[in-house]
Design a protein around this ligand. Structure first.
Ligand SMILES: O=C(O)C1=C[C@@H](OP(=O)(O)O)[C@@H](O)[C@H](O)C1
Ligand SMILES: C=C(OP(=O)(O)O)C(=O)O
Length: 418
């Protein structure tokens, strides 16, 4: 769909049916990267094909890796294990995973690389990762603290230990971990401070690394030791995306329906699967929700909170200010566009003043998505219950869930004719 706006028509009956969420973005981009670093051919099945994974695949191709796509959910990756200097800057759109993971991985290749993204990515911080790589002797610079990042890579690190501050993004740790098996000696990564948002993403990283032959030891909660094994090509299956599942879980509880997503919540290994327990408690979700370990699910839960029986305060979500957009601001702006006073920001907390009586009302609101897929997908839930919800730039869902609007339509959701 390439529309400027999309207005949902409220549903008149519970949503029921089957919808399989696409493959996990986080896992697909890890697997693509590791397959690209392994010598030989890897087959990734159940993979996500979306803007974020296309940018990763295109970047690998630009560095001499063969990435074939025999069907809609499979990548076949063939690599020599070493990457060539690309002719152009690597353009990664607004894909945080691709941008951070590739920055560390190219630092261990040989040649000049520029890692860049769109205007949104150019506002997302990468300095802690750049400084960590500088401390390892890499000639790397990001003058604005955000992409573009210029790297003159010499094929190695000058030290066998790095300290990284992951306060702004756990992706810096994942990026260093995934690069580490390419070094020439055992390598240690230490977290500065105890704080790390969404530790579950580090677990995903370790699991993917091990699947491609790496050996990583968790020395303590903040230290990892990685052996210089390189990577081995592998066949790898990607599980469905837990963050995408949250919209379907949300649609189910909001409409009192039954949506079979084909995967039980307990079967996911991604951090956002934790949201299932909170969403299942709707309309009695707790008064305080700590979003630190399920950050990408917070937009979904915050929109649901507008229909909860009691108000919800979201804490532990400061990182949401440096995602695809400032999500705390986008959520408060969108909720207050629906009904003034529905959301308040207190520092980096978001308080949603629940109002179950919103359901069934006509409240015309144009929701600015700030080009953020999760803002578009979560506010669509409000449109299932309120008349007049218009999503601006609905095509931004292509970042991680290109078929989202079709998935809702397959459950019986209808849209106003443009
Ligand atoms: O490692 C990952 O795959 C991700 C980590 C999280 O980001 P931060 O680590 O930047 O918080 C998450 O928001 C993002 O969608 C995916
Ligand atoms: C934060 C997100 O993405 P990324 O950091 O990978 O761009 C997201 O998908 O919600």
């Amino acid at each position: 769909m390439s529309l400027d706006t999309l207005t949902l028509l409220p549903v008149t009956q519970p949503l029921t049916g089957h919808v399989s969420p696409p493959g996990s973005k986080s896992i697909t981009n890890r697997a693509l990267l590791l397959a690209g670093l392994a010598r030989g051919t890897s087959r990734l099945t159940g993979a996500l094909k979306s803007d974020d994974t296309r940018y990763m695949a295109e970047a690998l191709r630009a560095m001499g890796v063969t990435v074939d796509e025999p069907d809609a959910t499979t990548f076949v990756v063939t690599s020599s294990g070493a990457w060539q200097e690309p002719a152009e800057p690597l353009f990664l759109g607004n894909a945080g995973t691709a941008t951070r993971f590739l920055t560390a991985a190219v630092a261990l290749q040989k040649g000049r690389f520029t890692v860049d993204g769109d205007q949104h990515m150019r506002k997302r911080p990468i300095l802690p990762l750049v400084e960590a790589l500088q401390s390892l002797g890499v000639a790397i610079a990001a003058p604005s603290g955000c992409p573009p990042v210029a790297i003159d890579a010499k094929g190695g690190f000058s030290k066998d230990r790095v300290v990284i501050d992951a306060g702004l993004s756990s992706q810096y740790v994942s990026a260093l971990l995934m690069a580490a098996p390419l070094t020439r000696q055992p390598f240690e990564i230490e977290l500065k401070g105890a704080e790390i948002g969404a530790r579950g993403y580090i677990d995903l990283t370790l699991a993917a690394m091990r699947a491609f032959g790496a050996s990583v030891e968790e020395v303590s909660a903040s230290i990892w030791r990685v052996q210089p094994t390189g990577y081995r090509a592998a066949d790898f299956h990607v599980e469905p995306d837990a963050s995408a599942a949250t919209y379907l879980w949300g649609a189910e509880v909001l409409t009192g329906g039954k949506i079979d997503i084909g995967t039980p919540a307990e079967a996911f290994t991604q951090p956002d699967a934790k949201a299932h327990a909170v969403i299942s408690a709707f309309p009695h979700m707790p008064a305080v929700i700590d979003g630190s370990q399920m950050q990408d699910a917070i937009p979904t839960i915050a929109v649901l909170a507008a229909f909860n029986e009691t108000p919800v305060r979201f804490v532990g979500i400061a990182n949401l200010r440096v995602k695809e957009c400032d999500r705390i601001r986008a959520l408060s702006t969108g909720l207050n566009a629906i009904r003034p006073g529905l959301a308040t920001e207190e520092g980096d907390d978001l308080i949603v003043a629940a109002d179950p009586a919103l359901a069934g009302q006509v409240l015309p609101a144009r929701i600015d998505t700030f080009a953020d897929h999760r803002i578009a997908m979560s506010f669509a839930l409000a449109g299932l219950k309120i008349s007049g919800i218009t999503i601006l730039d609905p095509g931004c869902v292509a970042k991680t869930y290109p078929d989202y609007w079709d998935a809702l339509a397959s459950l019986g959701v209808t849209f106003e004719k443009p």
